[in-house]
Design a protein around this ligand. Sequence first.
Ligand SMILES: C[S@@+](CC[C@H](N)C(=O)[O-])C[C@H]1O[C@@H](n2cnc3c(N)ncnc32)[C@H](O)[C@@H]1O
Length: 218
Amino acid sequence: MTVGDMVGLIRDQTRPESAPLTPELKMHMASAITPLWRATEATLEKTGMPPPYWAFAWPGSQAIARLVLDSPALVRGRRVLDFAAGGGLIAMACARMGAARVIAVDIDPIAEVALALNAKLNRLAIQTSHHDIVGQALREIDLVLAGDVFYERALAQRILPWFHQLAKAGKTVLVGDPGRAYLPSTGIEPIATYTVPTSMELEDRETKDTTVWKVLAD
Ligand SMILES: C[S@@+](CC[C@H](N)C(=O)[O-])C[C@H]1O[C@@H](n2cnc3c(N)ncnc32)[C@H](O)[C@@H]1O
């Protein structure tokens, strides 16, 4: 799939809209999950593309983005990574509130294209990558933010020790999570909780209480 095909898929299947908790920012979002999932599935069979997580602002990223928009001192002048960025809502909130540098990384190549389009839509400067950086020391980063990353056992098992190492190295590591299955029960402390409006179709609930947690050194 070429970058042009990806831009076409994103533009065909989404509309620029704001997530409920972040009216200040717009992103290319799917209003209904089914048609997009089908469109991506057709491509998926041919290319092994993952599901289109990037087309939704998951509760975890909405909570962190809200925290950043309300507390700019958290990011102002700092070098920030939005890890597993999806559509890049957290990255956009950081760029809007004066972070010195914002990098958004997601291993899904379509997410990388979507988040670049989203940054442009909001006239924000965000560096993007789809490389797998798990385990790296991130010497150029002060703050690591990750929305909704504890939904899958294998991913959780890989990132948790890495997050603790980064915290031990003096970085601030915050995760936003609505109580996913693999959220750890220790080694994190709550910073803020938000009630995030969600759709029955995506979450089987009309709202999800979502907490921003600080990852401790151990
Ligand atoms: C549930 S989505 C969350 C997206 C966004 N952070 C949000 O909250 O809206 C999880 C994302 O993790 C990404 N992901 C999974 N494994 C990853 C890895 N090793 N490195 C970077 N991103 C990864 C997926 O591609 C997907 O976009």
